[in-house]
Design a protein around this ligand. Structure first.
Ligand code: ATP
Length: 367
């Protein structure tokens, strides 16, 4: 089932009449989520990702714009009638019910032509439980389960109604690091197996990048970029997106373009064409800096962190806007940790220029 968002906008009136400012939580969001894909809505706190999800679910009504499931306009439809499965951050299982009763619960309220016999309900509940691998735990109460198991019950409960669309709001944030990793892979597996179009909200870029077919990066209610995770990482449209994706984060510096050369301080680090002379912000991915004794870009060496296969060269530069300049290199490359400076060459496809006022990307060709 494809999901179409058309000029979707949500404006919350001001709570405080004196302050008088309304909040544009989501601003003119248009996007077609292809059938069967997992889309990660990503952005910092307050960027409007949950509001977008709530509008898709029907829990919140858009101020303007339309939502379609397939060809059906569902904008005015209530949550119950949209055929969605919802999973929230706090699993909200009924504590006095067993796992089985929790999963059966949504089926017991079905009416009319959707009404199921007891056998059919049980069959569906066990099918959903098997999918999330909790069918051995059906007689336990939620308090007798681990956090990850509870979250799987919540997912089974969302799946049991065979939703047209699955909506997940930060479903992993209550889990510890190891469980997060495991559960996110589980969510991906379940999503692939069921082929249900899924929207997943998270502020964790690594999480979104690792499981999504497509990510949507949002900032202050406005969509910044939509694309496959790797494409967005490789080709950020502005400085915000470049900074938001990547661990360790991109190195950001001030610089200038003059006579076809990009300067950081007094050093010309790359020759480019197609860019007018101007001051710029420069972003270099940590894997875009190659140590070379004749390198064009000189930094003050702080320290060297060897982490098995890779090493992290931590340095500083007076033009840097990030506290350090970090380079990730193979640990086979030898660097003298006692040296005062380290020189790098930059890899052009890991090196981005941004307009100093708008922070939009400036595209260039390498000479
Ligand atoms: P988080 O990761 O913190 O949950 P988010 O990206 O999901 O953030 P939203 O919850 O969608 O962000 O909120 C977007 C903006 O709308 C925020 O500025 C928030 O304060 C505001 N907002 C959300 N709900 C309401 C509401 N019911 N009334 C007024 N303002 C709201």
């Amino acid at each position: 089932m494809k999901v179409v968002l058309e000029n979707l906008t949500k404006i919350f009136p001001s709570r405080d009449k004196k302050a008088g400012k309304e909040v544009v939580a989501v601003n003119d969001f248009t996007f077609e989520i292809p059938d069967g894909q997992l889309v990660g809505l990503l952005g910092p706190s307050g960027c409007g990702k949950s509001t977008t999800l709530y509008m898709i679910s029907g829990l919140q009504k858009p101020t303007s714009g339309k939502i379609y499931f397939g060809d059906d306009d569902v904008t005015e439809l209530s949550t119950e009638n949209r055929g969605i499965g919802l999973v929230f951050q706090n699993y909200a299982l009924y504590p006095h019910m067993t796992v089985k009763q929790n999963i059966l619960f949504p089926l017991q309220n079905l009416k009319g032509k959707d009404k199921l016999s007891k056998e059919e309900m049980l069959e569906r509940a066990y099918e959903a439980a098997r999918l999330v691998q909790i069918d051995e735990l059906m007689d336990r109460k939620p308090s007798e389960l681990s956090g990850g198991q509870q979250q799987r019950v919540a997912i089974a409960r969302a799946l049991v109604k065979m939703p047209r669309v699955l909506l997940l709001d930060e479903p992993l944030s209550n889990l510890d690091a190891r469980l997060r990793l495991q559960t996110r892979e589980e969510i991906r597996r379940i999503q692939k197996e069921t082929g249900i179009t899924t929207v997943f909200v998270t502020h964790d870029q690594e999480e979104a990048m690792s499981i999504s077919d497509v990510i949507v990066v949002m900032k202050l209610g406005v969509v910044q970029q939509i694309g496959k995770p790797q494409e967005v990482y490789d080709n950020p449209t502005n400085l915000f997106v470049a900074k938001f994706l990547g661990t360790p984060p991109i190195n950001v510096l001030e610089g200038k373009v003059e006579g076809g050369k990009v300067y950081i301080g007094s050093e010309a680090v790359l020759e480019v064409s197609g860019v007018e002379d101007q001051e710029v912000f420069i972003g270099v991915r940590p894997e875009g800096l190659e140590p070379n004794e004749n390198g064009a870009f000189t930094c003050k060496l702080n320290n060297l962190e060897v982490m098995g296969r890779d090493a992290s060269v931590v340095s500083t530069h007076e033009s840097a806007l990030t506290p350090v300049i970090r380079a990730i290199i193979s640990s086979d490359i030898k660097i003298d940790p006692a040296a005062e400076t380290v020189k790098f060459n930059v890899k052009p496809h890991k090196f981005f220029l941004f307009n100093k006022e708008t922070e939009e990307r400036i595209y260039f060709e390498v000479k």
